[in-house]
Write a protein that binds this ligand. Sequence first.
Ligand SMILES: Nc1ncnc2c1ncn2[C@@H]1O[C@H](COP(=O)(O)OP(=O)(O)OP(=O)(O)O)[C@@H](O)[C@H]1O
Ligand SMILES: CC(=O)N[C@H]1[C@@H]2OC[C@@H](O2)[C@@H](O)[C@@H]1O[C@H](C)C(=O)O
Length: 371
Amino acid sequence: MLKAERMWALGAMSGTSLDGVDAAMVETDGEVIFGFGDSTYRPYSAQEQGVLGRALGKWPGENVSEALRIVQTAHEDVLSGFDGAALVGFHGQTLAHEPRGRGTYQIGDGAALAEALGIPVVWDFRSADMELGGEGAPLAPFFHFACARWIGAEAPVAFLNLGGVGNLTWVDPSRRAPESDGALLAFDTGPANAPINDLMMARCGQPYDKGGAVARKGTVAQGALELFLAEPYFMRMPPKSLDRDAFKDMIGLVGELSDADAAATLTGMSAAAVLQAMEHCPSPPERLLVTGGGRHNPVLMEMLRVSLDFPVEPVESVGLDGDMLEAQAFAHLAVRVARGLPTSCPGTTGVRAAVSGGTISRPQQSKRIAG
Ligand SMILES: Nc1ncnc2c1ncn2[C@@H]1O[C@H](COP(=O)(O)OP(=O)(O)OP(=O)(O)O)[C@@H](O)[C@H]1O
Ligand SMILES: CC(=O)N[C@H]1[C@@H]2OC[C@@H](O2)[C@@H](O)[C@@H]1O[C@H](C)C(=O)O
């Protein structure tokens, strides 16, 4: 275990919406955030997205070599452009996630990345948690705890990530540490952008509903919304997590609707899932801070605002970067792993006891292309 030492760490995340790789630098000792540094984004081309999309749902033993090569090359390219990182946190690309079944599967080879970059790489963040009975996700909550302190919050706040899937973290920043009893409650809320994107691609040949423009013209079909909310997942007590495609069938619920009504209804479903999730929080948060691409969808944001009686704001309102929060999370978590500090606990993943996940791969050769 390293002693508490602040360092610049570089984190990288390739999210479930398959849009690209985010990378960001954070100065941290794994507990306190001292500052945020450079960040960048490397989109996947349409051809790369196609390969990754076809690899979704595959498990170890199945052939994903082309997808792996894309993920590996994209990360090497983007991460080699940074200077001064002592450590890299490499999430990889989730292909499948079945917490109560076959486990979780992220592709990306941290040992090869450490060789290519010439710096230690922390990876395989989710396995240890699952081995101890956890969901393996979400993992950003330990970083959200540090963010709540960084923004100076004294009362509970909540972070909502609207990515392909939605996830919510309720934080009580007055607790001593993120693993302390009652400091964190976190779980996946339900589908967020993934079904909207799938609908837009199938019906309009567009990757997403930019600005909620299509949904804005439609009306939410109440019958379909009620069928969606009858899904047992919403009643289940957290922690709980989801595969990107766990709600793939919900597209069928809007199959008969016009494009606008279908988009409005799927957007309404994503919002309703968040409202259900808020019911599970120990107390209403002071504010709901929204991160991830869905914060750019004004229809989705408005649906949340009209139903919640505390402010719903993008994380930019407190000086954070909503496009980079997940990449920053894996930078921060990498330092926690290097120090042997926990990265998940019963309140975030349902793991039996707080656990420090992740594997550290150090470069064997002294080759250095960064720093
Ligand atoms: N201007 C916009 N209008 C509407 N939706 C948007 C806009 N910008 C981004 N999005 C949505 O956000 C998605 C990308 O979100 P994000 O990058 O947070 O996902 P991710 O990190 O891949 O997912 P996850 O957090 O589940 O791993 C896009 O696919 C799109 O659906
Ligand atoms: C298995 C997996 O990759 N899950 C992702 C996904 O995307 C959002 C949500 O579902 C969350 O559970 C998680 O990512 C974030 C970064 C997390 O672990 O906190």
